[in-house]
Design a protein around this ligand. Structure first.
Ligand SMILES: [Fe+2]
Length: 131
């Protein structure tokens, strides 16, 4: 479980709201994994992919509108993550194997998100609130 104290805050409040919403989806996903609830894992993975897609599109639009100099690099990291999440959803649909999702969530999904917010999102929000 990730708590809101572990979630880094950036200079744009709407981004923090979105990050918090996604953290709650991931926490629900972790619970469903712990309960080996295949139907709920599947539903939450779809919800996470949909939410993340809208989230990244909104961030990409903010960067583009603000002529953010690191737009291409940041967007490509978003694209890479969406691809990874899409393959994970496909993998789970085929295997229905909660253990693999657990390993990805603990070892990759949550650490990547915290790191991404601390680095790219923090820099971007700071730049866009100062222009
Ligand atoms: Fe981002």
């Amino acid at each position: 479980m990730t708590t809101d104290e572990q979630l880094p805050m950036v200079a744009i409040p709407s981004m923090n709201d979105t990050h918090l919403e996604e953290m709650l989806i991931i926490n629900r996903l972790d619970t469903a994994i712990a309960n080996s609830d295949v139907a709920r894992i599947s539903k939450l993975l779809d919800e996470l992919l949909e939410h993340t897609t809208v989230h990244f599109t909104n961030e990409n639009n903010l960067m583009e509108k603000g002529a953010y100099p690191d737009y291409a690099q940041h967007k490509s990291e978003h694209d890479r993550h969406i691809q990874e999440l899409t393959s994970l959803v496909g993998y789970f649909e085929r295997t229905q194997e909660p253990k693999a999702i657990y390993a990805y969530s603990k070892g990759n999904l949550t650490p990547w998100r915290i790191h991404h917010i601390q680095t790219m999102d923090t820099a971007m929000a700071l730049y866009l609130t100062q222009v």
